[in-house]
Design a protein around this ligand. Structure first.
Ligand SMILES: Cc1ncc(COP(=O)(O)O)c(C=O)c1O
Length: 482
């Protein structure tokens, strides 16, 4: 196929030239009905914000330009089929999970999944079987899934339908995906990959293996993260053993019938850019990240980690574009460094947790910004560094699933003050956002250790989300002490 083509974008350009009179939605009518919006976004944007119609195809049942764009994306990513998604990677992940499990069926997954996975389980009623990832004692971060642990989970749950893998985790850690795919397939299970942070794996041979190359059956790929498309646009990829018609039906259960052409054309253009220039661009990003790591490690205190963590199993590979830095030896929690960089140095990084920060490097980064980050981190250490005493470095807590996420979410519940909830079963989510990995999910038993963690994270200024009570002074638990 000709990867220089961008069929949705080209159709929009043609459509613009036709000067069609709009008696359809959207009601702003090329911005005329909302001059302030037109001024903010510009003529090009508001003219492209149109609805599905014959020359522009329809995302729910693509037959022309959207279909061609999906075929081009499938080829570029080595997939049997690619679905353009406009509800974020959350919608891709949820469609992926809903395509393979239903109420009462089991899915094997690591605990450090994104909230979108847990949301999918609430929606479909499937039962999570957790493979607890090892936790690196120095960094306090969850690692990948050990192949032997996946094997054990499969042996103990031969009726499970699928195994889900993060490829990579937010911090850049990869499990042995090829081996996990082979294991799943050998036991008649499908393998799904959350590749929200792995778009670039498809475009450079020195990066970890991509889900499609490893033989996975479905993968959710955040084009808007490292791929350069507009926020909220994403891809769902399928392998040869998955029925695209079935996946399309699942997607259409929750997908809008008014997909944004700004998002769709951004996916089309981003795919073209990556297919034509991805290798060169990501080669540059890798060099930039290596340089930043070297400089940050030379400051002292910080530990910008990389491939030296690889151990052939729970850290099978590492995504070197991720600038993940442990901050504890500087005497600051990751979230404190995150806040200082923004408040004192006007630098916004991706996230800070209790012991680490992540600066996201991608195709839009230049050396001069990296220099700014390095010098700000050096100053943070000089001005605000302390002794490590008093910092909590345990990040990973084993969950105890008492009830399925769906049953717990919809069960009668009561609201209790946080300190009275130990021993009870939670009926809602609690997470720090970002990274959005649940500390508690519906159906899990609340322990004193979890309560300590929540209090500490709140105290350090982590943005906590999930519960009905936004201040997290109360939590909803199942009624009757169940
Ligand atoms: C691992 C993982 N999966 C899925 C998502 C959901 O992506 P989105 O924000 O595009 O809905 C995220 C978002 O950060 C993520 O980190």
């Amino acid at each position: 196929m000709d990867q220089t083509q961008a069929p949705i974008y080209q159709a929009l350009e043609e459509f613009r030239k036709m000067r069609v009179v709009p008696f359809d939605v959207p009601g702003h009518k090329r911005g005329r009905g909302n001059p302030e919006l037109a001024k903010l976004l510009g003529e090009t944007c508001v003219n492209m914000d149109v609805n599905s119609m014959k020359p522009l195809d329809n995302l729910c049942h693509p037959v022309s330009v959207i279909r061609q764009a999906e075929e081009l994306a499938a080829e570029a990513f080595g997939a049997a089929h690619a679905f353009l998604m406009v509800g974020g990677t959350t919608s891709a992940v949820q469609s992926m999970v809903l395509s393979v499990v239903k109420r009462g069926e089991k899915i094997i997954l690591p605990r450090n999944v994104h909230r979108s996975v847990m949301g999918a389980l609430v929606l479909c009623g499937a039962i999570p079987v957790y493979v607890n990832p090892e936790c690196d004692p120095r960094l306090g971060i969850p690692l990948g899934m050990k192949v032997s642990e996946v094997e054990r989970a499969i042996r103990d749950n031969p009726d499970a339908k699928a195994v889900l893998v993060n490829n990579p985790t937010y911090y850049g850690i990869c499990s042995d995906l090829r081996a996990i795919v082979a294991l799943a397939h050998a036991h008649g299970m499908l393998c799904l990959a959350d590749e929200a942070h792995g778009t670039h794996f498809y475009f450079h041979p020195d990066l970890p293996v991509s889900a499609m190359e490893a033989g996975a059956d479905l993968a959710s790929v955040s084009m808007h993260k490292s791929g350069g498309s507009l926020t909220q646009s994403s891809l769902l990829l399928t392998g040869p053993n998955v029925s695209p018609g079935h996946v399309r039906q699942i997607i259409n259960l929750t997908q809008t019938t008014s997909a944004s052409y700004l998002l769709l054309s951004s996916l089309d253009i981003a795919r073209r850019n990556l297919a034509l220039r991805g290798r060169e661009e990501f080669g540059r990003v890798m060099e930039l990240a290596d340089y930043a790591r070297k400089e940050i490690n030379a400051i002292g205190g910080y530990y910008a980690f990389s491939k030296e963590l690889c151990n052939g199993d729970s850290v099978y590979d590492f995504d070197v574009t991720k600038l993940s830095v442990n901050t504890l030896e500087v005497g600051l929690a990751g979230i404190e460094v995150y806040d200082l960089l923004r408040d004192e140095y006007d630098i916004q990084i991706e996230f800070g947790d209790l012991g680490n920060i992540l600066a996201y490097l991608s195709i839009g980064d230049r050396p001069r910004e990296v220099e700014r980050l390095v010098s700000a981190m050096s100053e943070v250490r000089r001005r605000f560094g302390k002794s490590r005493a008093g910092l909590m470095d345990q990040e990973y807590i084993d969950p105890h699933v008492a009830v399925s996420p769906q049953d717990a979410f919809y069960a009668p519940s009561e609201s209790l003050p946080l300190e009275e909830t130990a021993g009870r079963v939670c009926s809602e989510f609690v997470m720090c956002y970002p990274p959005g990995i649940p500390i508690l999910a519906p159906g899990e038993t609340i322990t004193p250790q979890i309560l300590d963690y929540i209090r500490y994270a709140k105290d350090k200024g982590c943005s906590m989300t999930g519960p009905e009570d936004p201040d997290i002074l109360h939590l909803n638990v199942l009624k009757g002490g169940a």
